[in-house]
Ligand binder design. Sequence first.
Ligand SMILES: Cc1cc2nc3c(=O)[nH]c(=O)nc-3n(C[C@H](O)[C@H](O)[C@H](O)COP(=O)(O)OP(=O)(O)OC[C@H]3O[C@@H](n4cnc5c(N)ncnc54)[C@H](O)[C@@H]3O)c2cc1C
Length: 355
Amino acid sequence: MGSQPLSFLNKNNIIHLKIFIVLFLGFIPDKTNLCSNVLSATLTVPPRLNTRSSLSSLETLGLDGYFSFDNNHHAAKDFGNIYHFLPAAVLHPKSVTDISTTIRHVFEMGSASELTVAARGHAHSLQGQAQAHQGIVINMESLQGQEMRIHAGEMPYVEVSGGELWINILHETLKHGLAPKSWTDYLHLTVGGTLSNAGISGQAFWHGPQINNVYQLEVVTGKGEVVTCSDKQDADLFYAVLGGLGQFGIITQARISLGPAPKMVKWIRVLYSKFSVFSHDQEHLISTENSFDYIEGFVIINKTGLLNNWRSSFSPKDPLQANEFSSDGRTLYCLEMVKYFNPDETKTANQVRLV
Ligand SMILES: Cc1cc2nc3c(=O)[nH]c(=O)nc-3n(C[C@H](O)[C@H](O)[C@H](O)COP(=O)(O)OP(=O)(O)OC[C@H]3O[C@@H](n4cnc5c(N)ncnc54)[C@H](O)[C@@H]3O)c2cc1C
């Protein structure tokens, strides 16, 4: 396992390329897993003769955590519910050493062991990306209990385990008046899981996706080495792992950039019936300085009751405006925007002229 030099692309291009690859790969009904030393497709796998003897050797490793060899059906499921690959073993690590010891052991057995390895965060993948057919799934959430370390100062950051949920990071950093700058919409996802993809939401137009807001990673490589990497140290590994779909190493710790947490927010959602008007407004807002702190656009199918359940930009009781959005099953467009402000700025926040 390893990464090619990426020097012909600058950092931003790499991130854009990775976002494209993530979106593109999301539609490919195939999967690969982190293997001992090569990438391997695991869709067509006959019963493995070598697996049993390889597995019994795992029991001799003397870990802080443990392996489970039975009742592992939960590890053959994910949010997509399309693929169900039963692993031969699930590692519940209690330390980073558990992960490095296991991977080094699999690496030293060589490809003849036929064991593949996949990290599993919160399993919100759609296509079995966090599964390993007859291989080893590493349950990253077992590492969650490890203490988060928050560093305030000029460039504040938090150091967290790769198995930590973003929702827990939010609660912890808020105690210090701080918060990560870039988010996903849904927060019950792990740090390792979203940093292996991109982590995109309404702050990405300004701060970049989550993979753009990481100072340093601790990674277990395919040889079982524990490497600390950043844009200055082992940069190839750093940029390969970020958005690397779990193929270049396992993220065991991340140093994530923080900023001041907003004290108050004004949240606005606007519905559009015409795509051209919607996209024009969105482009205008993301290219206007000091407009909003969060801008996200999405497409929705109008369902019965939509207008009654939404706090939208017009009153559903206004017959003229409501009529435009009343057709069930029609495609509508929504722009969601947020402005951060302090309590003493309430008046001015309401008066900001944006379009
Ligand atoms: C309801 C829902 C809402 C979502 N919203 C957003 C959103 O707003 N923005 C967005 O960008 N995405 C969103 N996603 C997609 C989500 O970011 C990805 O599916 C992400 O991978 C999920 O994280 P997870 O912890 O569940 O990872 P998993 O599904 O467990 O793993 C995903 C991939 O990362 C690998 N992996 C997991 N942990 C590690 C680790 N520690 N080190 C290395 N590799 C690892 C796995 O092997 C697998 O390949 C959403 C998904 C769902 C289901």
